[in-house]
Design a protein around this ligand. Structure first.
Ligand code: PEP
Ligand code: MG
Length: 584
């Protein structure tokens, strides 16, 4: 039995397909004659053009387009493969060093990657992975069709096994042929992990001795819930696995049937289930999963994929197309949350030592009134076209009252400006802020008096409360949403909302994780916003919970000392009420 870290739940039974990447350092170096130089140059140009076309094609796949983070990787890959400096450097070295194209691509890729790795900024360090990925793709395109590992495709459904895997590798396969994924390296928060989760493929990373313990073509069982791999399973183990699949399929059918039913607890409390989206394409899934509305529209995506700032008219058209498709359901438009790990080429982001603590979200918007003004004018204009109260505006990362006042003043001035332009203004634009910094959670009582609603961004609230960079795998074990400090802050925000009769929702990843549903309901949350594919499962759980029955038990968790204690107690409660099994 092999053990790894489970990153995407589910169980897979199938044959191993070993995906062997080119090892850039193992590429053969061949000296070429002067009259072969042009041939190598041509091979490089063909390989790079092919790489460009492949990435372009991959980026159009629905599984890529439906995730903002994944779409961003492919966008970054395309920028790299089109980078004129990279091309120039390869051509220069082919001519100067007189070596085959594979050797030159390998050396340029490694040099670039080492350079980025040596920079102090983690965002640039992460770029090293993208560069290696691109290098391997170009190399693979220099090979003849059948010799290239990236081009070999399995002819039956398989479990992919590799030293490491990238989102591009996964997307390059027909994903319906992938039963599971296991790698020797990799991290929980990698883009490959996010893609595996969003595709519902069970997956493990960091499986020690994986490549030397499993054999290409042999059957294994991969357990994405507990993190185990059983190589050469016995008949009894295979049968057990089949029983699991039947239960899993039955649950899938149940969840489909549950979509039209109300999201209501056993004791009659209506819980709103909203969707998080990043772009218009996400609305299909919002409608299929019958969300009550959009609780978080991450509008920054538009600024990440464009080469110039969107105009007010373009934003109005974009927002309106989302609103129109949602009928009369509510839409919460969050103003741009750029900076941190979301850098737009349209803004001059300074190189910051601590980008997550720096020029990000509302701080950046207030510093760039031109950009903020265009977006807010578009939001006000679409609100006046929509049903009253249907569109709400949400401000990310408010960290204090002065910042909140400044933002409200800015909005107020814009409303006046539009009135002077004789633009019809809705009677009231619902205005809310994200609570994702401990300072604003502690001041929630005051903030709640000045806004219409609060939305807890638990992804950042955990990061800032525990001082753990949410993108840094070195400290990912310290990123503990169940730390009692986090729970106390969430509870405080909910109570402040209740006191001032303001709605409080939660829109971080916790909201879509079944293991946390009982906790969030017990803390008093009545609006959860999540990736829409999670909605049926969460609704199913909500319908099994009676808030009056669990409230006292949940409040006891707030008095615990460590996340481990809370996790164990929550596990017991989930078991007691037969709600959810432990998640990843
Ligand atoms: C959050 O921080 O929980 C959140 C929803 O915002 P984002 O993940 O976009 O930072
Ligand atoms: Mg956030």
């Amino acid at each position: 039995m092999l053990k790894g870290s489970a990153i995407s739940p589910g169980i897979a039974l199938g044959r191993v397909f070993c995906l062997k990447h080119f090892r850039l350092e193992n590429v053969a170096v061949r000296t070429i004659l002067e009259n072969e130089v042009e041939n190598e140059v041509q091979r490089f140009q063909q390989a790079i053009q092919l790489a460009h076309d492949e990435i372009n094609q991959l980026s159009q796949l629905p599984q890529i387009k439906s995730s903002l983070e994944i779409a961003n990787i492919f966008h970054a890959h395309l920028t790299l493969v089109d980078d004129p400096d990279l091309k120039k450097e390869v051509l220069k070295r082919i001519r100067e060093r007189r070596q085959n194209v594979e050797a030159i691509v390998s050396s340029v890729t490694r040099d670039y990657s080492e350079f980025f790795k040596s920079l102090p900024d983690p965002q640039f360090q992460a770029k090293a992975i993208d560069i290696m990925d691109i290098g391997r793709r170009i190399l693979s395109n220099c090979q003849d069709e059948n010799a290239s590992p990236l081009k070999i495709k399995p002819d039956e459904k398989v479990i992919l096994v590799a030293e490491d895997i990238t989102a591009a590798d996964i997307a390059g396969f027909d994903t319906s042929m992938i039963l599971g994924i296991a790698t020797e390296e990799g991290t929980t928060s990698s883009h490959a992990a996010i893609l595996a989760r969003s595709l519902g493929i069970p997956a493990l990373v960091q499986v020690k001795n994986l490549l030397q313990s499993v054999v290409h073509g042999k059957t294994i069982i991969l357990d994405g819930n507990s993190g185990f791999i059983i190589s050469n399973p016995t008949t009894a183990q295979i049968n057990e696995c089949k029983v699991y699949f039947e239960a899993f399929l039955a649950e899938k059918i149940d969840l489909k049937n549950i979509a039209p039913s109300l999201s209501i607890t056993k004791d009659g409390v209506r819980i709103k289930l909203l969707a998080n989206i990043g772009q218009i394409q996400d609305v299909d899934s919002v409608l299929t999963n019958q969300a009550d509305g959009i609780g978080l529209y991450r509008t920054e995506f538009t600024y990440l994929i464009r080469k110039r700032f969107p105009t007010e008219k373009e934003l109005i058209n974009l927002y309106w197309s989302v609103i129109e498709r949602m009928g009369d359901k509510e839409i919460v438009l969050r103003t741009i949350d750029l900076g941190g790990d979301k850098l737009s080429q349209l803004l001059k982001h300074p190189l910051e030592k601590n980008p997550e603590l720096g020029w990000r979200a509302i701080r950046l918007s207030l510093d760039r009134p031109d950009v903020f003004r265009t977006q807010l004018r578009a939001i006000i204009k679409v609100s006046s076209k929509a049903k009253p109260g249907q569109v709400k505006v949400l401000i990310p990362m408010i960290s204090g009252i002065s910042e909140l006042r400044k933002t409200k003043e800015f909005l107020g001035k814009l409303i006046e400006e539009l009135k002077n332009e004789k633009v019809e203004i809705p009677e009231q634009i619902k205005f809310g802020v994200m609570i994702e910094v401990p300072s604003s959670a502690l001041l929630a009582d005051k903030i709640a008096q000045q806004v219409d609603f609060l939305s807890i961004g638990s992804n950042d609230l955990v990061q800032y409360t525990l001082a753990v960079d949410r993108t840094n795998s070195k400290v990912s074990h310290l990123y503990q949403p169940l730390n009692p400090a986090v729970l106390k802050l969430i509870s405080l925000v909910v109570q402040s909302g209740e006191k001032h009769l303001k709605t409080v929702s939660i829109c971080g990843e916790l909201a879509g994780d079944p293991f946390f549903t009982i906790l969030l309901l017990g803390l008093g949350l009545k609006e959860l916003s999540m990736n829409s594919i999670c909605i049926p499962k969460i609704k199913n759980i909500i319908r099994k919970i009676s808030i009056s029955e669990i409230k006292d038990e949940i409040s006891k968790l707030l008095e615990m000392s460590t996340s481990e204690e809370v996790e164990e107690a929550l596990w017991q409660l989930n078991k007691k009420y037969q709600i959810a099994s432990k998640n990843v």
